[in-house]
Design a protein around this ligand. Sequence first.
Ligand code: GLV
Length: 306
Amino acid sequence: MSIALVIPDRKLDQLQQKLQQQLPDVLIEIWPDIADPAVVEMAVVWRQPAGCLVNMPNLKALQSFGAGVDNILADATLPDLPLARIVDPMLTQSMLQYLQGVVQHYQLRLDEFSAQQRKQHWKPRSPRKIQRLCILGLGELGQAAACHFLQLGFVVDGWSASLKTLPGIQCFAGDEQFFAAVSQADVVICLLPLTPQTENLLNQQRLSQLKSGAILVNVARGAIVDDLALLQSLDSGQLAAACLDVFRVEPLPSEHPFWQHPAILMTPHISAVTNADTAVAQIAENYRRSQAGLPLLNLVCQQRGY
Ligand code: GLV
């Protein structure tokens, strides 16, 4: 009986230790150092190299080490097994803290003042009016963000693939309601899952439907935004600014124009990082469930992609 941690480019000793404490009788191994692939029954995966699970014939379950699973489903050789994702209050908390900080950053015009500082310009201005927000994607994190900003006193609209009902939030769904959802928002926050339907969703045509001077925040996946269209919208002034935590390619290649763009604030995919302590309990519970033949917690619908 063993669990394989297949999370390249990450130090996994602590995760291994903590999981071992929860499951003392199970061998926890870090890929690629797997003594006997035939005894691996669960794989904890994140950006796993394609094909690395095919020699594990007795796998019963897959557990994503993050909230999104697009990078896992992108592996065409992924075994056809139940896949669970992390749903973690700590991860949600860190996302809300990030988003609130970003909205305040723009309210206080810290973007403008920081540009002024570089030019030694002294030009006081009153705060930017940010009253209405639109959240794209009303899943776990999107709903939490919508409720959080509603409580802070913002007017909040939400848009998702299928219509949701959330108290106090005007909800829209589908392509035909996209304009109604975004056209009045001062800030549009993208929390959509990346699926074939959402890839390049924020293209030139949809970005042009945002209110003139709006701010776009992308904390979902880079490939949801058409990079060139975003640059054009910023250069034309259609969008005032963009805050990006996620990118098509991560780390963002050094020659990418986002790095130098004055209206783009970038962070290196840190808005909501899986917390090993809370994730371990979910992984252990899902391992026990898979052993007992019970459905996994936070199961992903692989056809839908989230
Ligand atoms: C991070 O991006 C995650 O999906 O957990």
